[in-house]
Design a protein. Structure first.
Length: 276
């Protein structure tokens, strides 16, 4: 880098430069998972391509941005999210939800699960075992299932942003054919029911003798990032007990939502919790 280029960079990060850097960071924060090209970023922030490239280079030197070698797209780095997570200092989702799961398990006497979204799937981050023998779609901690299968993943699917929800439904429909109750009409009616009621519940569905109920855990934008679910025997989730279970789960989920750290790496890659 010659002195002229260096002076240009100093000016870029001088007066007005900080706001430009943050504009680039904000755009990268809303970019697709694969990142964004410099041409698109320049258009989005209203800067020339050379200026945008210099800003990206400065951010890369600080470790806040990385570039995919093959696609040449730019994205926020893991170091950026780690820094933001430390600044939030609210613990990861699993630690945050654990006290709620223990309270619910003690109150209900049933098995509790924490599921988080992972792409087109939901992954089980944690569970609190109850005394009754149960079967679930996700199985043990680390198990995953397509969004829409089981009450926890259905609760997450129903409260995704509309465009994302449609993308997931289109992608997952062929995957749901193994669960014979699921066609597009049925799935969409289930999603609408969850959005209307605020919870997902089914008694003796695809798993005979089993019942499940789940509520979404919403971020500050009102979109689901996870779900709290209870799995139990069918006779333990009848109409007399259902309203109480719903109320308890909703109360805990509504208390968790405002405490979620939006920069928690768990929310971006839940499988990293298990070394995946």
């Amino acid at each position: 880098m010659n002195s002229t280029d260096r002076n240009k960079e100093v000016k870029e990060v001088g007066v007005g430069g900080v706001s430009r850097l943050f504009a680039v960071l904000r755009m990268l924060g809303t970019a697709p998972d694969g990142g964004e090209r410099v041409t698109q970023l320049a258009q989005q922030v209203g800067l020339s391509q050379p200026t945008t490239h210099r800003l990206l280079r400065s951010l890369m030197e600080e470790g806040m941005v990385e570039q995919d070698r093959r696609s040449k797209r730019y994205r926020l780095s893991l170091e950026f999210f780690a820094l933001a997570a430390r600044a939030g200092n609210t613990g990861n989702l699993r630690d945050l939800v654990r006290p709620s799961m223990l309270r619910l398990s003690a109150s209900l006497g049933d098995s509790l699960f924490l599921l988080a979204r992972s792409g087109f799937d939901a992954i089980c981050l944690d569970r609190s075992e109850g005394p009754y023998p149960i079967r679930t779609f996700t199985g043990d901690i680390g198990g995953r299932v397509a969004l829409g299968v089981g009450q926890g993943s259905l609760a997450i699917l129903a409260y995704l942003p509309e465009e994302e929800r449609e993308t997931v439904i289109r992608y997952n429909l062929p995957r749901l054919k193994d669960f014979h109750l699921y066609d597009e009409v049925f799935l969409r009616s289930e999603v609408e029911s969850v959005r209307r009621l605020g919870y997902a519940a089914r008694n003796t569905g695809a798993l005979p003798g089993m019942a499940g109920l789940a509520v979404p855990i919403l971020n500050r934008d009102g979109h689901a990032v996870a779900a709290l679910s209870v799995a139990t025997l069918s006779e333990r989730l009848g109409p007399d007990r259902l309203p109480t279970v719903v109320e308890l789960l909703k109360r805990e989920a509504s208390a968790i939502g405002p405490k979620i750290n939006p920069f928690d790496p768990t929310l971006r890659s839940p499988s990293q919790v298990f070394g995946g």
